[in-house]
Design a protein around this ligand. Structure first.
Ligand code: PAF
Length: 278
């Protein structure tokens, strides 16, 4: 497995590779969710590249950039075992040298949900993802459905900018008790970790109501909210039932597909999850 630490090194590696290249963009501290993306790429692509870069431009002031968990040696070992051909591991100075001033902004689909609660977040995400695409030049790039809005924003960018990259969505990977895997789960105290599966339990109750024919947006949101309100360690940031593509909030009677998404805080930890209602 090759490790490349600058755009120039990555380009040089890429010119020697023929066949399809799949990219798994990550911020490291890898878990089985990331490795499932590697497996998806390995089934389809000739060579799989994973990137590890904790991207400063997607963190707002007061967010967890400084304390974001890092585990480079373990990550490299896991990626090598998973059969990745190369790891792109650029430094912040290589990605954002002095006098850097170019950013990518996707408009409407970034305005609500995470965009509203984390101003500037998606500008950082789309900028770094486009830079990663440029460095690696993948034919496919793999993203988890847990970051549902991120997936839609990147798809929009790829389509709008005519990028020759297929954005491949992959299923959410969960712990045995239903908690969606996330590098940030490590921040949870023991009590918070024990309580956190309430998120997916409530999404499933709403999913069952949907399957039984409930189509009232307010009632579906309320099923999730009510259950979360009964968990004293949980503080709900939002529960949204939105159009699956535009992410406009739905009201009244909803026809599928729709995205039911939530953000819940446990102490200082912000957890995202969602369920696609089809
Ligand atoms: O989902 C993530 O880990 C990050 O937002 C990404 C796509 C690697 C960009 O920094």
């Amino acid at each position: 497995m090759d490790v490349l630490t600058s755009p120039a090194q990555m380009h040089a590696w890429r010119t020697k590779v023929t066949g399809s290249v799949g990219l798994i963009p990550t911020m490291g501290y890898l878990h089985d969710g990331h490795l499932s993306l590697v497996r998806a790429s390995r089934q389809r692509d000739t060579a799989t590249v994973a990137s590890i870069f904790v991207n400063p431009t997607q963190f707002g002031p007061g967010e967890d950039f400084e304390r974001y968990p890092r585990s480079e040696a373990d990550d490299l070992r896991l990626l090598e075992e998973a059969g990745v051909a190369a790891v792109y591991l650029p430094s912040a100075a290589a990605m954002y040298p002095d006098r850097y001033q170019t950013y990518v902004e996707v408009e409407e689909v970034t305005r609500r949900l995470e965009g509203e609660h984390r101003p500037g977040h998606f500008r950082g995400v789309t900028t770094v993802v486009l830079k990663l695409f440029n460095a690696v030049q993948p034919g496919r790039a793999y993203f988890g459905r847990k970051d549902a809005q991120q997936l839609r924003v990147i798809r929009r960018m790829a389509e709008d900018l005519d990028l020759a990259v297929e954005v491949v969505p992959c299923p959410i990977v969960r712990e045995a008790d239903g908690l969606a895997m996330s590098s940030r789960n490590i921040y949870l105290t023991q009590a918070e970790r024990a309580a956190a599966p309430v998120i997916f339990r409530r999404l499933r109750v709403a999913g069952a109501a949907w399957a039984a024919g409930e189509r009232r947006a307010e009632a579906l949101r309320e099923i999730v909210l009510r259950g979360l309100a009964s968990e004293p360690l949980a503080t709900v940031e939002y529960v949204s039932l939105a159009d699956d593509v535009t992410l406009e909030e739905r009201e009244g009677i909803v026809a599928g597909p729709a995205l039911l998404s939530v953000v819940v805080r446990f102490g200082r930890t912000r957890l995202l999850d969602n369920l696609e209602l089809v």
